[in-house]
Design a protein around this ligand. Structure first.
Ligand code: FES
Ligand SMILES: [Fe+2]
Length: 452
């Protein structure tokens, strides 16, 4: 097969549990991903707490498109392509700030916080031919928010964000992102680069549980993890490819703390905001992870005692703590990505709890975190291996739990699948959704031999 697009439908065979290694290695497929997967989907761009005031902005990426996320004087959040309309210079080079105008460093064209072109040096020299009104910054077609998470899309045809996220995932997300009135970012995101294809991170967080005992086996090897990486729980996914997994540890190993280890003072507020069914799920699982298609993953883990031993001494009744992170797998070619990772905190928890949570997050999933390094080593090793002409012809295996049936005791709105050990149900759903996007009829496939 000369190019990755020649047999698109053969790349993912979720009915039989196979995914082509080519999807992690092919430049032509990658170029199409940028147009379809990232061009058509709703993409996370910022948390509302990062741009609370008029004029606040952060610079981000939608796929490989640089954008400015800016709250206007009218309080509306806009997502502006961070590229000057004159000669295409990148406009804003700062990570974040508060501003009235963005001025291009090349010839000085100036845009206001709504993206309108307001200033052009030597305007008279254009002799009345320059139409400033048509030269504002290119903008995302729509910008909407879900539980404080701001998403944008370039597509005029995308469904409303609420329909894209769907009732099932929103029900789950409320437990993590809407449990109190003020779940906020702890600070700017950590960022680092990884020599791995972006889909490996997204699929891992979607549903790969059974790497825990092997990849993260250090805890058990050091006698710190009584569960030895084993987990029980549920997985669920939606038609759009969003996935979530909720787990607890086998009886007699690690207990599930109430309210995800949040301080008791917050429990009445959580009680008031969540339904009895959501509280039941919250109080019976200690880890949550998932992925909002295509590339925003989330993770919340409670009972992480051995990661914060300085803060909480080994006593019988030591309090537990938890951390909540969102992380975005930003594509940088078929063999690279930038990881952007935020910690989220409930505003009203005590400073000592925030500090303990921060320590756990950084030790586990910060850029030098133990689990983070465990994971990316695998993804980079896959990405390197499948560059080989022989390896990229392999069909990789995703056949765990092909016979799954919905769990009758699940209390949420979706079908969830019981996960007495582990499964690959969600990973198949993720790659299925990826294939559907790639096959988008609105973006024509290049003809054979056509360069892109
Ligand atoms: S490229 Fe921006 S003003 Fe010329
Ligand atoms: Fe992992």
């Amino acid at each position: 097969m000369p190019g990755g697009l020649a047999q698109l439908a053969d790349l993912v065979d979720s009915k039989n549990g196979f995914v082509s290694a080519r999807i992690f290695a092919d430049q032509q497929l990658y170029e199409r991903e940028l147009e379809t997967v990232f061009g058509d989907s709703w993409l996370f761009v910022a948390h509302e707490s990062e741009v609370p005031h008029p004029g606040d902005f952060v610079t981000r990426y939608m796929g490989e498109d640089p954008v400015i996320v800016c709250r206007g004087r009218d309080d509306q959040v806009r997502v502006l392509l961070n590229v000057c309309r004159h000669r295409g210079r990148k406009l804003c080079l700062e990570d974040a700030g508060n501003i009235r105008t963005f001025q291009c460093a090349y010839h000085g064209w100036t845009y206001n916080e709504a993206g309108e072109l307001t200033g052009v040096p030597f305007f008279d020299a254009y002799q009345g031919k320059l139409d400033k009104a048509s030269l504002g910054l290119h903008q995302a077609a729509r910008v909407e928010t879900c539980f404080g998470l701001i998403f944008a899309t370039w597509s005029d045809c995308a469904p409303p964000l609420s329909g894209y996220i769907g009732e099932e995932l929103a029900w789950m997300m409320r437990i993590l992102f809407d449990r109190t009135a003020h779940v906020e970012v702890a600070g700017p995101p950590m960022r680092w680069t990884v020599d791995a294809n972006w889909k490996l991170g997204a699929a891992n967080f979607s549903g790969d549980g059974h790497h825990l005992p092997t990849t993260h086996g250090y805890g058990a090897a050091l006698g710190l993890d009584a569960s030895r990486g084993h987990r029980i729980g549920y997985v669920l996914h939606t038609d759009e490819g969003h996935c979530s997994q909720m787990r607890y540890c086998p009886p007699g190993t690690i207990d599930t703390p109430p309210y995800l280890g949040l301080p008791e003072a917050l429990w009445p507020e959580v009680d008031a905001r969540l339904s009895p069914e959501q509280l039941d799920v919250m109080n019976s699982h200690l880890s949550y992870s998932g992925n909002i298609f295509p590339n925003l993953s989330f993770l919340c883990v409670a009972t992480v005692g051995f990661l914060n031993t300085e803060w909480q001494p080994e006593t019988a009744d030591r309090p537990v703590v938890s951390f909540l992170t969102i992380r975005q797998w930003q594509p940088r070619g078929p063999d690279g990505m930038e990881v952007w990772s935020w910690q989220l905190l409930d505003r009203d928890v005590p400073e000592s709890w925030k500090e303990a949570s921060r320590v756990c997050y950084e030790r586990a999933f910060g850029m030098a975190g133990l689990h983070e390094q465990d994971d990316v080593e695998n993804w980079a090793a896959i990405t390197e291996a499948v560059r080989s002409p022989r390896a990229r012809q392999l069909r990789l295996n995703y056949q765990m739990c092909m016979e799954a049936t919905p769990a009758p005791d699940w209390r949420g709105p979706a079908s969830a699948y019981a996960s007495p050990s582990f499964s690959e149900i969600n990973e198949r759903a993720f790659y299925d959704a990826w294939l559907r996007r790639m096959a988008s009829p609105t973006i024509p496939l290049p003809q054979a031999g056509e360069a892109r």
